[in-house]
Design a protein around this ligand. Sequence first.
Ligand code: ADE
Length: 226
Amino acid sequence: MRIDIVTCLPTMFNGFIDQSILKRANDKGIAEIHVHNLRDYSTSKQKNVDDYAFGGGAGMVLMIEPIDRCIEHLKSQRSYDEVLYMSPDGERLSQTISNGLSLCENIIILCGHYKGVDERVREHLITREISIGDYVLSGGELAAAVVSDSIIRLIPGVLSDETSALTDSFQDDLVAPPVYTRPAEYKGWKAPEILLSGHNAKIEEWRFDQAVKRTQQKRPDLLKEE
Ligand code: ADE
């Protein structure tokens, strides 16, 4: 998989790409992330990428031209399954959406900034708009990082234990059961004995029961029938 991120703040992705799970995916040749600076696609001398909103009002708007030039350039190199725009008014990101996106070959993610982007970008260049929650961030960069991480960790081979993405919270509308590691007893606080029993079928049954109990306690909304 290849993800191309289009942003006016490319350095925001430095630590994220160099150190997270994405580095491992990249080293293994499973997934690549490329970050593109919108300013490189500006035709103005000052490399402007934003301008005042028509009709007035506070806040700058990202201009269509550098965005279109960048996306056109990428599309001339390969075809893309989706061109995502990160926006608080987009579809709310869910495990189901990430599962679907993880099957894509190539994705472009456009990060908004300031007051947003010229609406014609959304009308003509974007295939899908994604929000990571009902709150407003200063820009789409953190949201793009969240979406990229949630997608890439699902690709087989990225996580060392291939089944572990399948046992994540939300994969089956249940939150994950509790986990324990050594020591089996600390300050008198004991790990459940069943987990040390070596009885795999019983352990799986216990984990499922715990997942259901936890979901009832913490996220009862997940258990409500549609
Ligand atoms: N840009 C600003 N806020 C955002 C949000 N909540 N989700 C996605 N992109 C955003």
